[in-house]
Ligand binder design. Sequence first.
Ligand SMILES: Nc1ncnc2c1ncn2[C@@H]1O[C@H](COP(=O)(O)OP(=O)(O)O)[C@@H](O)[C@H]1O
Ligand SMILES: [Mg+2]
Length: 272
Amino acid sequence: MSDADLLAPVSATATGPETGPANAKKTTQALLYVDDLRVTFDGYRALRGLSLTLAKGEMRAIIGPNGAGKTTMMDCITGKTRPDTGIALFDGTHDLTRLDEPAIADLGIGRKFQKPTVFESHTVADNILLALKGPRAGVASLFGWRNRVAAERIDALLTTVGLLAHRARPAADLSHGQKQWLEIGMLLAQDPKLLLIDEPVAGMTDAETEATATLLRTIARDHAVVVVEHDMHFVRALACRVTCLHEGAVLAEGSIDAVSADPRVVEVYLGR
Ligand SMILES: Nc1ncnc2c1ncn2[C@@H]1O[C@H](COP(=O)(O)OP(=O)(O)O)[C@@H](O)[C@H]1O
Ligand SMILES: [Mg+2]
């Protein structure tokens, strides 16, 4: 399947899955199909007809000025905000606009907010253990369950996120960047099909930022990923398709070179 096949239904021509069997067939091949989402907060139109299609296994970077609607878009996809109108289909069949947050998480959509939210007093390895799918481990069930969990899975996840050497340390001892990686490891522990990551490198050192790009490229080999980020060096290092939002809709989409050379993107975002 070519890129053009997948992206055709969300071109600016206002076609959608309702317009006919041909398009419906194409859209079901997308992992995420968002069309004409509209959200209003107290009369303020935060999303004004946002459309976006993500292929299975695709990584996408989302850029755009503050207030463009990036976080609101993620809120709609994860069930935190219900749009006034519009479509958000996951895996061709699940209508995300009708599901609540736990149901959407169960479908395999994992989200990482901007601030790390790890369990500071637990070790790095236990943070991953607590995030693993299985009986919802309260501290009481933690001990009985521990033996039955493949420790290799925890170590494999810690290896992926570069924290294996820190497995026995309390999470509180980690740097800000390491906490972000641990939380990404906790997301991966839930085996999501799609990861939504909001501004992962804010506050990171240059070296951490570079390592995070490498990590996300590794993760993108077997997961779909949507990353919101302002750091354009980082976005370039992701080497993926880029979507620029502005005033609640898509302003430009394409390669990093095409999007960053787009005069409208320069005017509303890069030139500031
Ligand atoms: N819960 C809310 N109530 C009122 N206004 C909101 C709410 N969430 C977001 N907004 C407004 O919607 C607009 C889009 O916000 P947001 O999606 O957070 O933008 P971004 O993440 O691109 O910076 C902003 O003007 C913001 O102030
Ligand atoms: Mg935001």
